[in-house]
Design a protein around this ligand. Structure first.
Ligand SMILES: CC(C)(COP(=O)(O)OP(=O)(O)OC[C@H]1O[C@@H](n2cnc3c(N)ncnc32)[C@H](O)[C@@H]1OP(=O)(O)O)[C@@H](O)C(=O)NCCC(=O)NCCS
Length: 316
């Protein structure tokens, strides 16, 4: 296959490439069952940062690089207190994958970062495997973090057993925000993305179309809020049926290990099934042992591995 040439697209020209980039992403999505470019890329194409750039190989592939402070979310992670870095998104049409076009698009993006001061570059590959590790190593991108998408068939064959003295009710907008932020940030202390939520991070999520306080379960003991399970429903798309996601689940450290996480997870999955959902899903960092043990015990299995490749790019 002849190698398609790579055109460098500056931010002022982004409106002209939205159509071909959409076609490439759509072809990748049809073949893979999930999009290749995250929302962050589309957001940056619409409202580019000054150092953002695109790299287009005809109808074969597209790479987009931007400073993360112009991007609210990475492919699969929640936003929050993330150190400054560059993010890269790449889509390659299925019939161009053998041509090595991705490696050349990525190399062009790395050069762009070097010419604009260098810095840490993060590239999330959804559905990553050993071939990706091999192809990205020559430009210096190494696997840094894995995120598992796990799924389970619903209903699960277990009832929620609540620890003594626990009361459960849905989130009340206008009442529970401050207590939730405190418990969330304590439960996720040390987690880059989920541990640094502010009132505005929460507010933005609550204005999204999918937000439903009835699917945001809070558990209290006599001292106050002790844990929560925030759920999200996804309509069927691509090859996926309707999915019910455990979006964020957390237990205040003072209550961890007492069986509350298990009970909240089960209650949430039941609430999703009562709304007609037959598949539960969630994302979990591959090194979060306590959470993985809980999810595996409930029957969740790894459905897809998303991998963050990272490198430190020296300034040119
Ligand atoms: C993961 C989390 C929700 C589990 O809730 P929990 O109330 O602590 O867990 P439970 O007491 O219900 O225990 C359920 C299972 O989790 C596992 N588990 C819980 N704490 C654990 C620990 N410290 N180490 C290893 N496994 C642990 C065990 O498999 C346990 O099964 P068991 O009942 O057979 O022992 C909770 O620890 C938490 O909030 N962690 C920090 C935030 C987080 O990582 N959330 C998940 C993000 S995907």
């Amino acid at each position: 296959m002849p190698e398609p040439s790579v055109a460098v697209i500056s931010a002022t020209k982004f409106p002209e490439i939205v159509a071909p980039v959409s076609r490439i992403d759509e072809a990748a999505r049809t073949s893979d069952g999930h999009p290749a470019l995250g929302d962050a890329v589309w957001l940056d194409l619409d409202h580019p940062g000054s150092d953002s750039a695109g790299f287009l190989a005809n109808e074969s592939g597209y790479a987009h690089v931007a400073r993360a402070d112009n991007i609210a979310t990475t492919a699969s992670a929640n936003d929050g207190a993330i150190p400054p870095h560059w993010t890269l998104g790449v889509a390659v049409a299925p019939d161009a994958r053998a041509s090595g076009v991705r490696a050349r698009l990525v190399a062009a993006a790395v050069r762009h970062v070097a010419e604009h001061g260098g810095g840490r570059l993060v590239f999330w590959v959804l559905g990553a495997g050993p071939d990706d590790d091999e192809e990205l190593a020559p430009v210096g991108l190494q696997p840094a973090r894995d995120l598992y998408e796990m799924r389970v068939a619903l209903p699960i064959a277990e009832e929620a057993k609540w620890p003594a003295g626990i009361r459960v009710r849905p989130f009340e907008v206008g009442t529970d925000e401050a207590a939730w932020l405190e418990v969330n940030n304590r439960a996720f202390a040390g987690h880059d993305e989920q541990g640094g939520w502010t009132a505005s991070t929460l507010e933005r999520r609550m204005t999204e179309a999918w937000f439903d306080p009835a699917l945001f379960l809070l558990a209290f003991d006599d001292t106050g809020l002790l844990g929560f399970n925030w759920l999200k429903m996804h309509e069927a798309h691509d090859r996926d049926p309707r999915l019910g996601e455990i979006y964020v689940i957390g237990i205040d450290p003072r209550g961890q290990g007492s069986g509350l996480g298990r009970a909240l997870a089960i209650a949430g999955l039941q609430a999703l099934h009562q709304r007609g959902i037959d598949v539960g899903m969630l994302f979990v960092a591959a090194d979060n042992e306590p959470a993985l043990r809980l999810y595996r015990a409930l029957g969740f299995e790894v459905h897809r591995v998303d991998r963050a490749y990272e490198c430190e790019v020296e300034p040119a």
